[in-house]
Design a protein around this ligand. Structure first.
Ligand code: C2E
Ligand code: CA
Ligand code: CA
Ligand code: CA
Length: 280
């Protein structure tokens, strides 16, 4: 009757961990109002070559009363598996739209152009995504061009999804897209020519090897020139050293994100960063 008795101790433990996490996720998502939520959003600024803030990536954080602080790299996959990612994802969208609406004047006065939000494949395969997003944007009175959605190459490997149809529909509304973790997903490059993508994000694993690993610098410079020729913006992620920054700028990559310039920071801190960098 009970067929689950053969797993090893370590798998058993991790299944218990996952179950604990699922229960805590469920509680924390349902029990709280946005302002008292143990979930919150931080913003990692994105810079141009002059080190002006031109964008930010919204990243979710979870400070669980029971489990403590847990990395999204751990709880996002669990939320996806147990069917909570739509709810968590809309929490992030609503939070970011609310913050954007409070930053309206800063968008005018600063070099800030948009905020990026990560969408998981599970969110993209939900047929109600577009209408829920439209409602959320209308509710907060935010124009779709203030947000860019990041997705990974996994969308091209999922048989349940027609990315061309979805992204065309969404881009007609005014949404724009960035392909995240570019080059790590084992998918074909052909999608680059017929999907409405605005931006590629070159993965940190390639940036890490700059300037000394020849294979990484080759991949980076090839990606930069491909993006330029296709008319796509290119963001380098995980920039940690001056050497990486200078190399990337010298090779034509003029959008950069990483700990060298800033870690992800809370909304208030992001606002004061923008206020300090007003352009008149
Ligand atoms: P990602 O989308 O590739 O996000 C970039 C990750 O790299 C973030 O980790 C960021 O804090 C980290 N990072 C940025 N610059 C540097 C750097 O210079 N050095 C190093 N070592 N790391 C850097 P984080 O916030 O822990 O997020 C991990 C992953 O969790 C994200 O990877 C994304 O896949 C997922 N995630 C985070 N927030 C969300 C969300 O709201 N929705 C969805 N669906 N996924 C999210
Ligand atoms: Ca602006
Ligand atoms: Ca991302
Ligand atoms: Ca990434």
């Amino acid at each position: 009757k009970n067929t689950f008795r053969f797993y090893s101790e370590s798998i058993g433990e991790s299944m218990a961990e996952r179950f604990k996490m699922e229960v805590a996720l469920r509680n924390d998502l349902s029990a709280s109002t946005p302002s008292s939520s143990p979930f919150f959003v931080v913003y990692q600024p994105q810079y141009n070559a002059k080190k002006q803030v031109v964008g930010a990536e919204a990243l979710v954080r979870w400070s669980s009363a029971e489990l403590g602080f847990i990395s999204p790299a751990k709880f996002i996959p669990v939320a996806e598996e147990v069917g909570l990612i739509d709810e968590l994802g809309m929490f992030v969208v609503n939070r970011v739209l609310h913050d954007i609406s409070n930053m309206a004047s800063l968008f005018e006065k600063s070099t800030l152009d948009h905020v990026s939000i990560n969408l998981s494949i599970k969110q993209l395969t939900n047929p109600t995504l577009t209408s829920r997003l439209l409602n959320a944007f209308q509710h907060e009175g935010v124009s779709p061009d203030k947000v860019r959605f990041e997705f990974t190459e996994s969308v091209f490997l999922d048989n349940a999804l027609n990315p061309k149809a979805l992204f065309s529909e969404m881009s007609e509304i005014g949404f724009t897209f960035a392909l995240d973790d570019f080059g790590t997903g084992f998918s074909s490059l052909s999608y680059l020519k017929d999907l409405p993508i605005s931006e590629l994000k070159i993965d940190k694993t390639f940036v890490d090897g700059i300037p000394n690993e020849e294979s990484d610098t080759t991949i980076c410079s090839a990606t930069i020139s491909m993006a330029q020729k296709l008319g796509l913006q290119l963001v380098a992620e995980g920039v940690e050293t001056e050497g990486q920054f200078d190399w990337l700028v010298a090779h034509g990559c003029n959008l950069l994100q990483g700990y060298l310039m800033s870690q992800p920071i809370e909304y208030k801190e992001f606002v004061s960063l923008l206020e300090k960098s007003h352009v008149d």
